[in-house]
Design a protein around this ligand. Structure first.
Ligand SMILES: Nc1ncnc2c1ncn2[C@@H]1O[C@H](COP(=O)(O)OP(=O)(O)OP(=O)(O)O)[C@@H](O)[C@H]1O
Ligand SMILES: [Mg+2]
Length: 437
């Protein structure tokens, strides 16, 4: 069994950090204070003490002679914890600590004792080490240190509450999210980064919930779209089976039509799934847009003639892009099929292509029924039909424009529509001249 790792919470971490900080600060302050004191104040102090002592000893020597020096020296030694040695030439005359070598912890002071008519003495004065002592300073800092630690404890508890509470909320929310509750959100609070994480969590949750909602709607839409043709098919097959209908050309025609409709629906759904997965399998190559417009117009020629609709192509020759021929033809085919479906006898459909600076723009304009303003923003939505009953008659499933726009966007282009009810509709799309790499 692997040893269990103990995970400390936020506040023990912070407290430990604060404690280490305070101890380091005490050490640095102690060392620095000691150094600064001994370098400046203590040296000045020693110098002035030495000057006083020199003055005092000279006074004593002048008024009391050598005899008075002995008493003065022992008083000084006591009062200043100093070592004083009086020399006459090289010989020691007086010493406050006889028998000990004349060493000093720091630089000794030297001055003469001179009085007219008396022998001149030299004095060596050792004052005690001005160092306060590192440990002494630390001892002095102990109480402030403990007080600081208590203050840090209070601050740490306060700060860690501000961090730990929102984090614990996030952890709980993430757990519930993982268990499938996609509606869960967290309050955006706490210090900057924690609030950022909360906001990002909410954004991610929103995206995933939206994705799930779209998937559910998609499945419901698909089921709905499949139901009608399957019901029709089932009705006819049952009628044939029960002998209620004849397997004549009409009946078989309807069955075939429904089968074709189902096939188209499944093909469209597959295109949509590929577009969703950014897997349209585009094979870009040099493409003459004018050429495609002309061949599409030719393909619809008979159908248009039967409806009494004219199709015109007005494009400069050689408007070229780099794109997937089959997919772009699919887009144009859908736009022309729509235009033809919603344009009445005597109407006109115009296909135009023009090369602009670094894009090519294609327009498919009809003089048909037009699309009301409230429907315009939705025509590119999945399964959206302005008039579902009419579209059903004409076989549309409402996926054509969704797929067309996805194909154009996959090429790095954009697609749009303008329309006026009763006057006609213009669908347009652009393609970059060079396919995005
Ligand atoms: N040129 C047009 N004039 C008027 N309405 C149009 C035109 N083109 C599209 N529409 C409206 O937009 C809807 C969506 O078009 P889309 O091509 O996506 O679907 P569809 O043609 O109904 O079906 P599909 O293309 O999948 O067979 C159509 O049902 C129709 O109501
Ligand atoms: Mg269509």
């Amino acid at each position: 069994m692997s040893p269990r790792r103990i995970r400390l919470g936020i506040w023990p971490h912070l407290l430990l950090t604060a404690a280490v900080g305070i101890v380091i600060a005490m050490g640095v302050i102690g060392y620095g204070a000691n150094r600064a004191y001994s370098r400046t104040y203590a040296q000045r102090q020693a110098h002035s003490e030495a000057t006083n002592i020199a003055y005092l000893l000279n006074q004593v020597y002048t008024y009391e002679g050598s005899a008075g020096l002995q008493g003065a020296l022992s008083k000084l030694a006591k009062e200043y914890r100093a070592r004083v040695i009086v020399y006459a030439g090289n010989a020691v005359v007086l010493d406050t600590a006889p028998g000990h070598p004349p060493t000093c912890n720091q630089k000794p002071f030297q001055f003469p004792l001179a009085t007219p008519g008396m022998p001149v003495y030299q004095v060596l004065l050792c004052l005690p080490d001005p160092n306060l002592g590192f440990l002494a300073i630390l001892r002095a800092l102990l109480l402030p240190g403990v007080l600081g630690l208590l203050g840090a404890l209070a601050a740490v508890l306060l700060v860690s509450r501000r961090i730990a509470v929102p984090l614990a909320g996030l952890a709980r929310a993430a757990q519930r999210f993982g268990e499938g509750d996609l509606t869960i959100r967290v309050p955006v609070r706490g210090p900057g980064e924690i609030a950022d994480v909360a906001a990002e969590f909410n954004r991610m949750a929103q995206g995933l919930e939206e994705g799930q909602r779209q998937r559910q709607a998609m499945v419901a839409d698909v089921a709905h779209e499949l139901r009608t043709p399957l019901t029709v098919l089932r009705g006819y097959v049952e009628a044939l089976k029960d002998g209620m209908a004849e397997p004549d050309a009409d009946t078989l025609g309807v069955i075939h039509e429904e089968a074709v409709h189902l096939q188209k629906l499944v093909d469209d759904l597959q295109d949509l799934a590929q577009a969703d997965a950014a897997d349209l399998g585009l094979q870009p190559g040099p493409l003459d847009v004018t050429d495609i417009l002309q061949s599409t117009a030719a393909g619809f020629h008979l159908q248009a003639e039967a409806k009494g609709v004219r199709i015109e192509v007005s494009a400069e020759p050689g408007v070229a892009v780099t794109a997937d021929r089959r997919r772009i033809a699919q887009v144009i085919h859908n736009l022309v099929a729509n235009a033809l479906r919603y344009t009445a006898d005597g109407g006109e459909i115009r296909l135009a292509a023009q090369a602009l600076r670094d894009i090519v723009r294609v327009d498919v304009t009809d003089t048909g029924v037009g699309i009301a303003a409230e429907h315009l923003p939705h025509v590119f939505d999945r399964f959206y039909r302005v008039d579902p009953s009419r579209a059903r008659e004409t076989g549309g499933s409402g996926l054509g424009l969704t797929i067309a726009r996805r194909i154009v966007e996959a090429h790095g282009g954009t697609m749009g529509v303008e329309s006026a009810v009763g006057r006609g509709t213009r669908f347009w799309f652009t393609l970059p001249r060079r396919a995005p790499t």
